[in-house]
Design a protein around this ligand. Structure first.
Ligand SMILES: Nc1ncnc2c1ncn2[C@@H]1O[C@H](COP(=O)(O)OP(=O)(O)O)[C@@H](O)[C@H]1O
Ligand SMILES: [Mg+2]
Length: 456
């Protein structure tokens, strides 16, 4: 397999002909050949092959060729010899997303800026576009994609099915609907790598790691759909627990439940933008409050051992490890941010008064000169956790946002793994570079999955 880069030009010829410069012919093992099969995404065409005299790697595509395989633009791109007499341009990368609110300059609503940055990060290495589920035409095998021009404006263009799909569908609810389930399965049937498969539920992740000794060591004891007796027993054993909706995010619906042998039971949670603390003398009254607020939805909750996190000014701190595959299919922590909880808040979310810190700022107060060593240990654990999740998950992964806690003894704990992590940590001025690295890692993983990267 040979992989090289080339410069694509559009030639004025109408017949199906491709002109290649001598050095490109040679590096693709096509010297002397009369025909070539040229592919882009799911499209392919057999065309006459003609040499041209020109220094460097150049390819000239006639109108007949470029229209049939729907080459989106001229310029620099990769080309790989897929098989004898067969070459592939690309890769063609599709970002799958959607939005309820759309405008022509913001086709993905509030997500547009993010999609734009990702396309910008990838456009020198791939033909990259965004699309929604409605833009796919399975009969034709095409996608009506959103491309970005050099001025930063969006334009629509019909492309072949891509070589790889990065899934950023924003709605949990839509994602478990049958159209989206079918859509994912069709990509897989077409042998098009698709990552990440879907949002994770907390209970699925805990279940996945339940028998994985290496990961289990870093998972607080977690029970899905616990019976009241189980919650009571866990409270007595751990003094406090986190009671969380399995499909929740942003701290919504989370309770911190505490038990004091002499003072009774406490529930701390957030309601209408403020922090609430309730006290109950009887465990049953605590349960009645939870049942009153959530009813049958309590079956969608998990009860998790509370971890005594390191603190600054009495406010707990936790960490987001933004993990990526690195282009060689290995996990690496690309962005690490720390978050300090707002006063009296159950979680560290910025929305709930939390504050962003660098890991260094967060660790020094507790660990002093040992901070570096603790951070290195946490990085190793984060990699181990991603490997464990991947081992136990049947679909392709490339990016995970781990919520990591560190206790006062320096033990590392994982609270949840997010399959479509937010990017709020990259808003910290010291983490902007890591934010850019995060984009480039997504692109590198696309190149890897599309086989536009050397593999062992
Ligand atoms: N078992 C726990 N022990 C201590 N703190 C926890 C625990 N579980 C969650 N938290 C805190 O609450 C935050 C939110 O919990 P998380 O499981 O990430 O839910 P969400 O999906 O709402 O983000 C965590 O980032 C952490 O600060
Ligand atoms: Mg979280």
């Amino acid at each position: 397999m040979s992989l090289t880069s080339c410069h694509v030009h559009f030639s004025p010829h109408n017949d199906k002909v491709i002109h290649l410069s001598g050095s490109l012919l040679k590096s693709l093992n096509l010297s002397g050949k009369k025909n070539v099969q040229l592919k882009l995404g799911s499209e392919s065409i057999t065309a006459a092959l003609k040499p041209i005299r020109k220094q460097g790697h150049h390819v000239y595509l006639s109108a007949g060729v470029r229209q049939t395989i729907r080459v989106p633009k001229t310029g620099s791109i990769s080309v790989v010899q897929a098989a004898e007499g067969e070459v592939q341009l690309g890769p063609l990368v599709g970002i799958l997303t959607d939005s309820g609110v759309r405008a022509s300059n913001a086709p993905f609503g509030g997500r547009t800026g993010y999609i734009r940055q990702l396309i910008r990060a990838g456009e020198s290495k791939a033909y990259i576009f965004a699309f929604t589920p409605r833009d796919i035409n399975w009969q034709q095998g095409t996608v009506n994609g959103y491309f970005l021009n050099a001025q930063g404006s969006w334009y629509r263009k019909t492309a072949p099915l891509p070589d790889v799909v990065y899934n950023r569908l924003p709605s949990r609810r839509a994602e478990v609907s049958s159209p989206i389930i079918n859509l994912r399965e069709r990509f897989i049937r077409n042998k098009i790598p698709f990552f990440n498969w879907s949002f994770f539920n907390k209970s699925d992740v805990y279940k996945m790691l339940d028998k994985d000794v290496e990961a289990l060591e870093h998972l607080p004891e977690s029970v899905n759909h616990p019976k009241p007796e189980k919650i009571k027993e866990m409270l007595e054993r751990h003094q406090f627990v986190y009671f969380k909706p399995t499909a929740g995010s942003l701290g919504i619906g989370i309770y911190r439940l505490t038990y004091h042998p002499n003072r009774g039971y406490f529930a701390r949670y957030r309601q209408n933008g403020s922090n609430v603390l309730l006290r109950f003398t009887q465990f049953n009254s605590l349960m009645r409050m939870l049942q009153g607020r959530h009813g049958a939805n309590l079956s969608q909750y998990v009860c998790q051992q509370g971890i005594r996190l390191i603190e600054i000014d009495g406010c707990p701190i936790d960490f987001r490890f933004h993990m990526h595959k690195n282009g060689k299919n290995e996990w690496v922590p690309v962005g690490i941010g720390a978050k300090k909880a707002g006063k009296g808040s159950v979680t560290t979310h910025i929305k709930n008064g939390g504050q962003l810190l660098t890991p260094d700022q967060a660790l020094t107060q507790t660990f002093g000169s040992r901070s570096g060593e603790i951070l290195e240990k946490a990085k190793k654990v984060s990699i181990k956790l991603c490997q464990a999740i991947e081992r136990n998950f049947p679909h392709t992964l490339g990016e995970l946002g781990l919520d990591i806690g560190i206790d006062k003894d320096g033990n590392i704990w994982m609270f949840e793994a997010n399959a479509k992590p937010g990017r709020s940590i990259f808003g910290h001025p010291a983490l902007r570079g890591q934010g850019r690295d995060s984009y480039s890692h997504i692109i590198e993983h696309c190149l890897y999955l599309a086989r536009f990267k050397g593999r062992e």
